[in-house]
Design a protein around this ligand. Structure first.
Ligand SMILES: [Zn+2]
Length: 165
């Protein structure tokens, strides 16, 4: 992805207040970030591990979303990340929910999805990280196609968040 400044990142958020976007904790080492190695920028809040963020390039410019980790219940069975299609054992994937930009307090107005718990889909997509102890489905796609698929899935989530009532 194209390099973004701190100000561009903070202005990209669509589902939190301006004040919240100004205060949220950015990933460490942003100035030395290797942007070309990222499909989208995903990170866990360094101070509150139940919160994560994703900044995704769209045709309308970068769009940032605040994600809240939802407590996992049940068997802890393997789940697939809905952005990068990586299969994780129970602890490697989290159910995240994002408030819709139109959401008002008290309304059940969020969109949930299973994602890599550490939001490092870029690394999983491009093979820099692999979940331990689980067999992935055979992938016949090239790395470039996988990169494109992850980006499209992430963009699709942003679009659903913005446009569904
Ligand atoms: Zn992922």
């Amino acid at each position: 992805m194209q390099p973004l400044t701190e100000s561009q990142i903070r202005h990209s958020f669509i589902n939190c207040s301006k004040g919240e976007a100004q205060r949220l904790n950015l990933p460490a080492g942003l100035s030395a970030w290797e942007w070309s190695a990222e499909i989208f920028l995903g990170w866990i809040d360094p101070k509150s591990p139940q919160r994560g963020y994703a900044v995704i390039e769209t045709e309308d410019g970068p769009r940032g979303i605040v994600l809240a980790k939802t407590e996992r219940r049940g068997s802890g069975a393997a789940q697939m990340c809905q952005f990068c299609m990586t299969l994780h054992p129970g602890s490697g994937v989290s159910l995240y929910s994002a408030a819709r930009p139109s959401a008002r307090t008290g309304q059940h107005n969020t969109l949930g999805t299973y994602l890599c718990a550490d939001l490092r889909c870029s690394d999983y997509t491009l093979g820099r990280r692999r979940p331990a102890g689980i067999r992935q489905m055979e992938e016949t796609m090239t790395l470039e196609d996988r990169r494109e698929r992850t980006l499209e899935k992430a963009r699709g989530f942003v679009a659903r968040l913005q446009h569904e009532a």
